[in-house]
Design a protein around this ligand. Structure first.
Ligand SMILES: Cc1ncc(COP(=O)(O)O)c(C=O)c1O
Length: 407
């Protein structure tokens, strides 16, 4: 057998409709693609960041960088955490990776033995699962509370952790992952809720990993709290990067930050550093550009404010239109740029969300992503980055499609 057993878990639900879309495009159809969370497709990467990239090339910064990341970028990230969250961050606690994606690969590869566990909250960012499983790990699911605003029901989590402990199942749990602001729900976790989650992680000695890649994409007056503002004296990790907040997905720059100095945190830093050594370096000029993206706070403020206020309008408008559809119920997002309507499938002829999104693409040339790819069956995800007129057109088609197929 050529391939490993684990390789069968390699997949990306977000991209799976791309082949169908590509075939339709070849036939001359124009597809409205609302499936990819790729900000520079609609908000060009700011010029000051591009200039920094070009400058890095002109200065011949084309060698490998240090494996753990160029000093200039690690210092910029540490300073940013001090500025935004008053975290006394040491640049040595910052590992630069090729996107958060690579940090996830390193973490799962470093931590998972066959059958080890990670606690994931549903709906989860879709790539957590295949990355976990291709490294031999298995999920234990907790739930964000969809009956309200997709926050965490702390009482339920507390009971569940107690049960896992009583059943002896916590021993094999390597980490508990949260995503804040969330993809695919757009939820910004409530500070009090987050505090209780941190306390529970501490009580049950769970390594808490908080993926905060959307930390500055927060709107509707919501307030974001980083886990690093609440978790003191316990091991935890924060994942972040340049892709979303610094509008440069294609640069492939991520950060894995392990801020504390306890034995576990230091061991994690060392181990992830060993992983970084194996791939030599992250894209060097992109690291210089990302350092300038972070350090030039005046330009960044301008760029992020423009992007976030556009996203706020687009997401709110799209949510309003979706809520006019009697087949959907939709929680308004307050962060990131995703909307996750729930489909009342029994009022349609579709057996599941996969069939729904597949037919929508084929009949209306609108590409969205099935909720089951995020652990949220009977939902679908829309990326609300496109201009309002495109979102209008797409949602009008979705509503027409629903009317045609509702019972
Ligand atoms: C929650 C979350 N984490 C990680 C990633 C991966 O980002 P990166 O471009 O840094 O690999 C994404 C991308 O959409 C995401 O939504």
């Amino acid at each position: 057998m050529l391939f490993s057993d684990r390789s069968r878990y390699a997949e990306n639900p977000i991209e799976e409709e791309d082949r169908v879309a590509f075939e339709l495009q070849k036939k001359g159809e124009k597809i409205i693609k609302l499936s990819r969370g790729d900000p520079p497709s609609y908000f060009p990467t700011p010029k000051y960041i591009l200039d920094a990239y070009i400058e890095a090339l002109k200065e011949h910064r084309t060698t490998y960088s240090k494996s753990e990341g160029a000093d200039i970028l690690r210092e910029a990230v540490a300073k940013r955490y001090r500025r935004l969250y008053k975290l006394d961050a040491d640049p040595d606690s910052v590992l630069v990776t090729a996107g958060v994606s690579e940090a996830l690969l390193f973490i799962d590869s470093a931590m998972m033995n066959e059958g080890d566990r990670a606690i994931l909250f549903r709906p989860y960012y879709s790539l957590y699962l295949p990355i976990l499983k291709t490294h031999g790990g298995r999920p234990i699911y907790e739930e964000y509370d969809g009956s309200k605003d997709w926050n965490i029901n702390v009482e339920r989590l507390s009971k569940s952790l107690k049960r896992l402990k009583a059943d002896g199942k916590l021993n094999r749990v390597k980490y508990m992952m949260i995503t804040n602001p969330n993809n695919p729900t757009g939820t910004v976790l409530d500070r009090n809720v987050l505090k209780e989650v941190v306390d529970l992680a501490n009580e049950y000695r769970l390594l808490l990993i908080s993926d905060e890649i959307y930390d500055e994409i927060v709107y509707n007056k919501a307030k974001f709290t980083s886990v690093c503002q609440l978790a003191k004296g316990m091991p935890y990790m924060v994942l972040n990067g340049a892709s979303k907040v610094f509008d440069s997905t294609g640069f492939r720059i991520g950060f894995a930050i392990t801020p504390e100095n306890d034995k576990t945190s230091l061991a994690i830093r060392e181990k992830l550093y060993d992983y970084a050594l194996m791939r030599l370096s992250v894209n060097t000029p992109a690291q210089y550009a990302a350092a300038e993206a972070i350090n030039n706070t005046v330009e960044h403020k301008r760029a992020i404010n423009t992007m976030v206020s556009a996203i706020e309008k687009r997401a709110n408008h799209a949510t309003k239109l979706l809520n006019e559809n009697p087949l959907f119920s939709t929680v308004r997002p307050n962060g990131a740029f995703y909307i996750l309507p729930k489909i009342d499938l029994k009022e349609t002829k579709f057996k599941d969300d996969r069939e729904f999104v597949d037919s929508l693409l084929k009949e209306e040339d609108v590409q969205v992503t099935r909720g089951s790819g995020f652990g949220a069956p009977s939902h679908f995800r829309i990326v609300a980055l496109a201009p309002q007129e495109i979102l209008d057109l797409a949602i009008n088609r979705i509503n027409k499609f629903c009317r045609r197929h509702s019972r």
